[in-house]
Design a protein. Structure first.
Length: 1077
């Protein structure tokens, strides 16, 4: 049993097989050489034979031998002949040769032709056996295809390009015309891709959600993008390819116009009934950000509290209550301005918005909260932005002014206007007036006017009316008149409050409705103004000899006093003081107003979307926008008419593979749905509106042709305007979707055209290499409407006619596995044959002894030289490609066998050391060059396709050090450590508690005081300095990291020289060899 386990472990350590290893040595053309001698060897043989061919005299005595024939070839300085090279040179260059020898040499030259035919008996026999006896034929070639793009001239109308249209791509190396013909009809129009957006929905186990967005200009795309985005939360901020997407809810209402004073706002959002009881007393301040529109941008008010409370039967109604305070120091809340606020809301109307704090995420209960209505209460104290108009005209409210006039009389008016206050449905109104230097005692002040003994401040009264529907009549706010002066406080301040019932009574017992858009009231009250003012009217006193403030009585009172002074010269006479003209030192309004807002009402509720806003028109909308799918791709197309079809080429990075942390299980077949934007509503495309889709759900490059409905338009709030937007929704299969390189409009597929009388074999050289980008440039038919034809990518799908070597390889394998997978050997050869793009394959017949019937195939694709170094170091096949391989192999295996195909596990090797360069070598340049040299040493197959890649490789620390030290620009290295990093972390048994900083792990500078804020792999490395590194898994390959940790040695550091001798200081492979056994 132990022997079986040993055998099994050896099988797991198998290095697999790559494409060049498939042809067995015994099947190679030159493996069997029936005649492998050249002319020089023949001469040597004949020379030795000639010594045995002797002449004899009649008496049988020796008379010599035939060796004299080869006298020219004898070595004069040593026994035997001259060297083979010299013999060959003699045969090729000598012109004077003895006839007998000349005949012999001519024969040897002619024998070379026979030898060539004689030595081809192996391929001739294999060809005879495979083709004539077994009846197999060489496989014919397959035409390659290209994606071509058409562009119309400016202002051209849509044009039809029919299937079969020939496009010229130049000539082959042997002068044949290379033409490609279109495979289907296409109507070329002016549409082009103008914008690309991506949105990813990252969900967490606590039911919170984070949204990530990215926007791209198609003309300046990165190398590749994630079409539907990907999780970003676990990535370092500098490594993220997307940014937080902000979503929320917004309310646009004139009720929120709050220009000054101390302002309090209570917003209550009521939900429809929850299925279960609503969340209870959740403090929302940790989840949301509250903002309101100001003149210069968004303003953040003080959030006194923000909670969710329960209400209604069973507590199934949720109430979100947000209590806001805006102090007098905060700017005015004014109308939304798209140029300033960029909120996508109604212009000119103040707005409130509540958005999720991106770092915290959107809590799950927000998605269950569906809006029934929203109620806004505003309370303002000290509103001073007023329009003041007395009998003398419009006054400046921020300076003292006469209440009515300089000589007020009963019936005089003071108009107080405010567009902010009086367009609202007021629930309470308070008029505040501070007087400038009022008399301390009105009775004493007016004693000279001979007023009654009962005269006091209470005799000065006024009435208050509100302007409604352009009329003052019938709209009194205070009737009977009220006191102008309040004796309970010093300086008699006026604080007049009008309650809700009084306001309702003034409006004919109807609730006062809002009337936004009153316009500019700064010119004061004038006929034709319908609303926006209240009126203060002086209503007393009206006595027998005294009216208003006595301005009309002053002259008569002064005359009477003068007459009394004449009549009663010895009596004390009290002369009247000048009448008091009431002046306002400060005036302000306090008010309360509220209203209820429903989706679709005059006020507007919005969803704050990742790329704009969307107006809510129906009750029951979720509190925050709902995104139920994994990811979204948005494509903005310009110059496209509704119902017009556009063909889009999606260039995907087919030699890439992306697997996201946390989504390892999402390898389902991608499910993608398409829709277009009509207004702000996404309308699903019917199947007949997507007649072409060759992308296999974004798993390979291809063309998707789509036609929108008649309701598609260019005006949107939720997305940028001026474009027709297409949306792709990814429901599942995130890890199978390939990165996107570009999206092109007006795309068509064309296939190589083979003229009559020719075959694919005539284009064998072309099919072997394919068509490079940019070769298809013109149309063979005259098409004056076309501005250009482009072929941005190389051709694909072409297969050259089978070569003899490949034919022999295929048939030799075919005769062994019989197109059935039984052993690992079978699966490896079947996979390499069916998929030439696989450069190496390894089959594990069951990862564990306890799982019989399973076969895991590790496939390594060809390296894409156009990819970054990090991706070339770890070539991975896409999920779609692995599916194709698995499907093919499972179709050729037993019913009881399951074949899975996966990428290898790449385990990185990281060198961390200090280096001293020799004098004269630029450290900046050679640090980069040294890193490149180390990468080439550890992973040479990345830079040379002829270098084999191995699963069972070993990397010795001493070999790496020796290689570095022998570089011509390296003086010496110090503190060298070699780390082994796998997909599961750093390899090693030691735990961090047993390690030492500077020994077994490194804390990178600059040092952060709190190590708890660091990230392993970014701020420091945890691991063991290995002497020998081997793969930890049978599916693993050792590769270099793209960037090693290399620092230069300080100038003060001195190399200590040899610190020791012995095996610990020797280099494996140079000083001694360790046998693999």
């Amino acid at each position: 049993m132990e022997d079986l386990r040993t055998i099994y472990r050896q099988l797991l350590r198998s290095d697999g097989i790559d494409q060049p290893q498939r042809l067995l040595p015994g099947l190679e053309e030159n493996y069997v050489q029936i005649e492998d001698r050249g002319p020089a060897q023949h001469v040597d043989f004949l020379y030795k034979l000639s010594k045995e061919l002797r002449f004899f005299y009649p008496d049988l005595s020796a008379a010599g031998d035939w060796s004299i024939l080869f006298k020219q070839f004898e070595n004069p300085t040593a026994p035997g002949l001259i060297s083979d090279e010299e013999i060959e040179k003699y045969i090729e260059t000598s012109t004077r040769v003895e006839p007998a020898l000349a005949l012999l040499l001519v024969f040897l030259k002619l024998l070379e032709h026979v030898k060539e035919s004689l030595n081809k008996v192996t391929p001739r026999h294999l060809e005879f056996y495979f083709q004539d006896i077994l009846g197999f034929k060489l496989q014919p070639g397959k035409e390659d295809k290209v994606h071509v793009l058409f562009e119309l001239i400016k202002n051209a109308t849509p044009q039809l390009i029919s299937a079969g249209t020939l496009l010229n791509a130049g000539k082959t190396g042997d002068g044949r015309e290379l033409n490609y013909k279109t495979t289907s009809d296409i109507v070329v129009n002016q549409a082009r891709v103008a914008a690309i957006r991506s949105l990813f929905v990252e969900k967490f186990i606590d039911e919170t959600t984070q949204l990530w967005s990215a926007g791209y200009d198609p003309a300046q795309m990165p190398e590749t993008i994630l079409p539907f985005g990907g999780p970003q939360s676990k990535l370092p901020s500098l490594s993220r390819s997307m940014q937080y997407a902000v979503t929320g809810v917004a309310i646009s209402s004139s009720l929120l116009e709050l220009s000054g004073g101390e302002r309090r706002v209570l917003i209550t959002i009521t939900s429809e009934a929850f299925v279960n009881p609503a969340p209870l007393l959740v403090d929302l301040r940790t989840y949301v950000r509250i903002e309101m529109t100001g003149e210069k941008g968004w303003i953040e008010p003080l959030v006194k509290n923000a909670t969710i409370e329960r209400s209604g039967p069973g507590g199934k109604i949720g109430l979100i209550k947000i209590n806001l305070l805006l102090t007098e120091a905060l700017p005015a809340i004014s109308g939304h301005n798209e140029q300033i606020h960029k909120g996508g809301l109604a212009n000119g109307i103040p707005a409130f918005r509540m958005t999720a704090i991106p770092e915290t995420g959107i809590p799950g209960f927000f998605q269950d909260f569906h809006i029934a209505d929203a109620h806004i209460n505003v309370e303002v104290k000290g509103l001073k932005k007023l329009v003041i108009q007395n009998e003398e005209g419009v006054q400046a409210p921020n300076k003292p002014f006469n209440l009515f006039s300089s000589a007020p009389g009963n019936g005089d008016h003071l108009y107080i206007g405010s567009e902010e206050c009086f367009h609202k449905n007021l629930k309470e109104l308070t008029l505040n007036i501070q007087w400038k230097n009022p008399p301390a005692d009105f009775k004493k002040y007016y004693a000279g006017y001979r007023v009654p003994d009962t005269f006091s401040h209470a005799d000065f009264r006024a009435s208050l009316d509100i302007l409604l529907d352009g009329s003052w009549e019938g709209h009194p706010l205070k009737n009977p008149p009220f006191y102008l002066f309040d004796a309970q406080h010093k300086d008699y301040p006026l604080r007049l409050t009008v309650g809700a019932n009084e306001i309702k009574k003034a409006n004919n017992y109807l609730d006062l409705q809002r009337a936004p858009g009153l316009g500019d009231l700064s010119s004061g009250f004038e006929p034709g103004v319908n609303r926006g003012f209240i009126r203060l009217t002086l209503a007393g006193p009206e006595l027998e000899n005294f009216s208003a403030f006595g301005h009309s009585n002053y002259a008569s009172a002064l005359a009477l006093a003068s007459l009394d002074m004449v009549r009663f010269p010895n009596a004390p006479i009290e002369f009247p003081l000048p009448p008091y003209t009431p002046q306002v030192k400060e005036i302000s309004l306090d008010y309360k107003a509220d209203d209820t807002i429903f989706p679709g009402s005059f006020d507007q509720l919005y969803h704050q979307m990742p790329f704009g806003t969307r107006q809510l028109k129906d009750k029951g909308s979720s509190l925050f926008p709902e995104f139920d799918n994994t990811g979204y791709l948005y494509i903005g197309v310009t110059d496209l008419l509704p119902e017009q079809q556009v063909s889009l080429l999606f260039a995907l990075a087919e030699k890439s593979s992306v697997e996201f942390e946390g989504y390892e299980s999402d390898f389902s077949v991608p499910l993608i749905s398409w829709s277009y934007l009509a207004g702000d509503t996404w309308v699903d495309l019917r199947q007949d509106q997507v007649p072409i889709d060759t992308t296999s759900e974004f798993q390979q490059s291809g063309i998707i042709a789509m036609a929108t409905g008649s309701d598609a338009n260019l005006s949107h709030l939720s997305m940028p305007t001026g474009m027709i937007w297409l949306q792709a929704r990814l429901e599942q299969g995130l890890n199978r979707v390939l990165p996107l390189a570009a999206v092109h409009a007006q795309a068509m597929e064309a296939i190589l055209d083979i003229p009559p009388g020719q075959t694919a074999a005539d284009f064998a050289d072309h099919l072997a290499t394919g068509l490079l980008p940019g070769q298809v440039k013109k149309n063979l038919q005259i098409a004056p409407f076309l501005k250009s034809i482009a072929q941005p990518y190389a051709s694909f799908g072409g297969v050259q006619p089978e070569t003899t070597d490949h034919f022999i390889t295929r048939l030799s394998e075919r005769l062994r596995h019989r197109k059935r997978g039984v052993h690992a050997w079978d699966f490896e050869r079947l996979g390499l044959e069916a998929f030439p793009s696989i450069t190496k394959i390894k089959c594990l017949a069951g990862n564990e002894m306890s799982t019989p019937g399973t076969a895991r195939v590790i496939a390594i694709p060809q390296i894409n030289p156009d990819q970054s170094l990090a991706k070339r170091l770890q070539p991975k096949a896409s999920s779609f490609f692995r599916d194709q391989v698995a499907q093919y192999l499972n179709g050729r295996s037993s019913f009881f066998t399951t074949v899975t195909v996966s990428n290898p596990d790449y385990e990185e090797v990281l060198a961390d050391f200090k280096v001293k360069f020799k004098t004269g070598f630029d450290p900046v340049f050679y640090l980069e060059k040294l890193n490149e040299e180390i990468v080439k040493f550890i992973s040479p197959w990345v830079f040379n396709e002829k270098t084999a890649l191995h699963f069972d490789s070993e990397i010795y620390r001493s070999e790496v050090m020796y290689y570095i030290e022998k570089l011509p620009y390296v003086d010496y290295i110090a503190d060298f450590m070699l780390f082994h990093l796998s997909t599961h972390g750093v390899i090693g048994k030691d735990v961090i508690g047993k390690m030492k900083i500077g020994k077994t792990f490194i804390v990178h500078k600059p040092l952060v005081p709190n190590i708890g804020g660091m990230r392993i792999g970014e701020n420091f490395i945890v691991g063991i300095d290995w002497e020998v590194i081997t793969p930890s898994l049978e599916t693993a390959i050792l590769v270099s990291v793209p960037q090693h940790t290399i620092k230069t040695v300080d100038d003060q550091r001195i190399c200590s020289g040899i610190s020791g001798l012995g095996i610990g200081s020797m280099t494996i492979g140079f000083d001694f060899i360790v046998s693999k056994s």
